[in-house]
Design a protein around this ligand. Structure first.
Ligand code: V47
Ligand code: SF4
Length: 405
């Protein structure tokens, strides 16, 4: 037992004692967490730590994902990716700025507070495409934050513009960028990277982009792509690098474990894994280990488009304090076989969190509170499918149809 948390795995007992006193976990402890059979013991410890900071609060955002292009020079490099295309390949698309602005109109009459913008590394799109996009979005939606471009996209823009990472980040910030998403990290270990993303931005360079962003006052997220060829040791070494950078800068807001989806990509075929994504056991374990090992990252987010809304709801009792937002239209995981909905309405998110006996808090990109809900608020009307001030489900379903090229 620890702080009332029963643990059945003897390897978790010394860890439980550390969790109780707030002592930092070692690499060996992290390995034991990933290797344990005792999911409830692990989850209970992560829940204890989460409750100390967040109590019953669970954050969510009203956000909209925008993927401006799927043309990517790393199309043959990231063998886990089903989304990217070569410029002439079937299904390749690149949005004009007007098309991006038209897609973003979904935010006009809704409580959207964040545009989440990621895409491929297009060989020709210049930095000005992105700065013009951000200025145009800010002009049209001044209150909406922009979380955009993974470290890999930032490094690519610096390369094609023959300038520095700092200069690219500076220009993007000037154009309205609020924060960076956590993608592109995958698994830092050289062996795994050589297998799943050979020649993609190496660990040191991913870390360097985030360090530079933090120095410029741009906070960011961090991720781990799990559920393919990586070992427990690979995962912990990856989290250790994230924890070290966070000790140095404090610039990470959120950790998001990303569940690998094996459909329609080379890696899935090679591993004979098509049709079999990660299990709920692995999904919950990755959330809980993230909470316990990354003791300096304030938030752990569950990405419901990858793990299903049901698993995300259970994750809220396994150390998770943040749920991916409304999304509106998601391409990267659905191209890789995710069978989850394209969007959850504002009301459905509130209901999901309330259904886990938690208190929903709508946040913006910087985790500032946008809206809280009193226990007896008429927060969700199943007849209407929405909360007061939020877009009706029917409106969002129409917006979803605006997505694909
Ligand atoms: O880096 C690509 C992943 C990432 C697959 O910061 C795949 O809030 C699973 O940046 N199966 C990009 N994952 C997405 C990203 C992101 C996502 C959610 C939240 C946040 C955030 C950022 O998507 C890539 C890669 O790790 N990805 N293909 C696949 N088949
Ligand atoms: Fe390109 Fe990103 Fe897909 Fe890699 S994961 S191929 S960088 S879109």
């Amino acid at each position: 037992m620890s702080g009332g948390v029963p643990v059945r795995d003897p390897r978790l007992e010394p860890i439980a004692a550390k969790v109780e006193t707030g002592e930092r976990l070692t690499r060996e402890d992290g390995l034991a967490l990933y290797e344990t059979f005792d999911l409830l013991g692990l989850g209970g410890l992560a829940d204890l730590v989460n409750r100390r900071v967040n109590g019953d609060r669970v954050f969510f955002s009203a956000n909209q994902h925008i993927n401006p292009t799927n043309v990517c020079i790393l199309r043959k490099v990231c063998v886990f990716c089903s989304y990217a295309r070569t410029p002439k390949e079937d299904g390749a698309y690149t949005r004009s700025l007007e098309e991006v602005f038209a897609e973003a109109e979904a935010a006009r009459n809704s409580p959207t507070t964040e545009f989440h913008i990621v895409g491929g590394l297009h060989p020709k799109l210049p930095l000005s495409y992105y700065t013009d996009m951000m200025r145009g979005l800010k002009e049209r939606h001044p209150d909406v934050h922009i979380k955009a471009l993974t470290a890999v996209e930032i490094a690519h823009l610096a390369r094609i513009e023959r300038t520095t990472i700092q200069e690219v980040l500076h220009e993007l910030k000037d154009a309205g960028l609020t924060s960076l998403p956590g993608g592109g990290a995958e698994v830092f270990g050289e062996g795994v990277r050589a297998t799943i993303a050979d020649r993609k931005l190496i660990a040191d360079d991913w870390i360097a982009v985030h360090r530079a962003a933090h120095a410029l006052g741009i906070p960011s997220n961090c991720t781990l792509l799990y559920g393919h060829v990586e070992t427990a040791a690979d995962r912990i070494d990856h989290l250790t690098l994230l924890r070290e950078l966070q000790d140095e800068t404090g610039g990470f807001l959120t950790y998001i474990p990303l569940a690998y989806h094996p459909d329609n990509n080379e890696l899935g075929k090679e591993l004979d894994r098509e049709g079999t994504a990660t299990t709920g056991f692995e999904d919950l374990k990755n959330i809980a280990v993230g909470r316990l090992y990354l003791d300096n990252v304030p938030h752990v987010k569950t990405h419901w488009p990858m793990v299903t809304p049901g698993v995300s709801q259970v994750a809220l009792s396994f150390g998770c304090d943040d749920v991916e937002g409304t999304v509106v239209y998601e391409r990267v995981y659905h191209d890789a076989g995710a069978h989850t909905p394209m969007m959850l309405s504002y009301g459905e998110l509130v209901r999901l969190i309330k259904g886990a006996e938690k208190d929903p808090v709508e946040r913006n990109s910087l985790y500032e509170t946008v809206r809280t809900f009193e226990p007896d608020d008429p927060i969700f009307d199943p007849e209407q499918g929405s909360v007061p001030g939020a877009p009706a489900d029917a409106d969002l379903v129409q917006l979803v149809g605006t997505g694909r090229a």
